[in-house]
Design a protein around this ligand. Structure first.
Ligand SMILES: Nc1nc2c(c(=O)[nH]1)N[C@H]1C(S)=C(S)[C@@H](COP(=O)(O)O)O[C@H]1N2
Ligand SMILES: [Mo]
Length: 331
């Protein structure tokens, strides 16, 4: 299999982000083949093997197989980040502010049993167990880039389904214009929830059309397995065209509201983190540029950084939602 990339390492052009069916089928066949245990040494000579190898239950957590994705633009053919890198270098401030902390400390989180409360401006509010949510729609595997505002990025095979499936199910009222997502804030299992670094619980929000965009993934797994605690078990959001912090982890409350909700990072530093937080190389963070990024696990000391793409490369799928908006003001 040939993965074509431009000099920034991105699969190109945007239209070709739609995984050709044949290539996708190859990927699935490879996964099935590996599951039979027949792979062995032959794997070593397989071109593009990294992408396959990374989806072969690397964390030894419970399997969460995803069916193939039907969403245009949902999958990139870029090299998938090593499972180890994606699970040992990230942010989850409830477990500490160092990027090694979540992997060290998140073992205390209890992802089961779990309930997500849906409330606010909906016709069908209520408590949904994780099992209820898992049954709601078929799982899909989607390989999305995640770009942190701090300048690093990863490519991760997430497993979940479009959040729109849940939104439709709970029937928002006409005046529901935003959705607020609240993470668990349990000082007994989350050591840093006592700290003042953020206003707990971790809160994020999306405008209704952003929440309904098919790319917005209600996420239960990664690399074919359930989410590791440090990556937001048992259920999180992945909003691939926005900086990573818009993708709230370990979500316990989904609230439909009329007014734009305050978010944890906006409360902490309003001049640095706005509500929209779309990946935008043309708008600098007040303290640093956002024009380039470092791909975790791939970039050596002397490797050139990649150019960051508008909307993290998902412009074709999401750009129209912001037509006419001043993205420098609505950062
Ligand atoms: N509850 C909660 N969700 C969170 C965070 C956090 O600190 N707490 N950090 C965010 C940030 S800044 C990023 S970059 C991503 C990183 O996690 P991932 O690599 O597992 O996606 O999670 C986001 N979601
Ligand atoms: Mo981030």
């Amino acid at each position: 299999m040939l993965i074509r990339t431009d000099r920034n390492g991105y699969h190109h052009p945007v239209a070709s982000e739609i995984t050709p069916q044949a290539v996708y089928e190859d990927r699935r066949r490879m996964l099935q083949w590996m599951a039979t245990g027949a792979a062995g040494a032959a794997l070593a000579s397989w071109a593009g093997r990294e992408a396959f190898a990374q989806t072969a239950r690397p964390g030894k957590l419970a399997a969460l197989p995803g069916a193939k994705s039907g969403v245009a633009g949902a999958t990139t053919m870029e090299k998938v980040t090593d499972y180890k890198d994606a699970t040992t270098y990230n942010n989850f401030y409830e477990f500490g502010t160092d990027k090694a902390d979540p992997a060290q400390n998140a073992h205390t989180l209890k992802p089961s049993p779990w309930t997500v409360e849906v409330e606010g401006l909906v016709k069908k509010p209520g408590k949904y167990t994780l099992e209820d949510l898992l049954k709601l729609s078929a799982q899909e595997e989607r390989i999305y880039r995640l770009r942190c505002v701090e300048g690093w990025s990863m490519v991760i095979p997430w497993v979940g389904y479009s959040l729109a499936n849940l939104v439709n199910k709970v029937e928002p009222m006409g005046n529901a214009r935003y959705i607020e997502f609240l993470s668990l804030a349990d000082p007994k299992t989350m050591p840093f929830v006592g700290s003042r670094v953020l206003d707990w619980p971790y809160a994020e929000g999306l405008r209704m059309d952003e929440a309904m965009n098919p790319l917005t993934l209600l996420t239960f797994g990664m690399y074919g397995e359930v989410l590791p605690n440090q990556n937001g078990a048992p259920v999180r959001l992945v909003v691939p065209w926005k900086y990573g912090f818009k993708s709230g982890k370990s979500i316990v409350k989904i609230r439909f509201v009329e007014k734009e909700p305050r978010t944890a990072w906006n409360k902490a530093a309003a001049n640095e983190y706005g509500f929209y937080s779309n990946v935008n190389p043309n708008v600098d963070h007040p303290r640093w540029s956002q024009a380039s990024e470092r791909r975790i696990g791939e970039d050596g000391l002397f490797t050139k950084k990649r150019k960051t793409l508008m909307f993290n490369g998902y412009e074709a799928q999401v750009g129209q939602m912001y037509a006419g908006m001043d993205l420098k003001k609505n950062y």
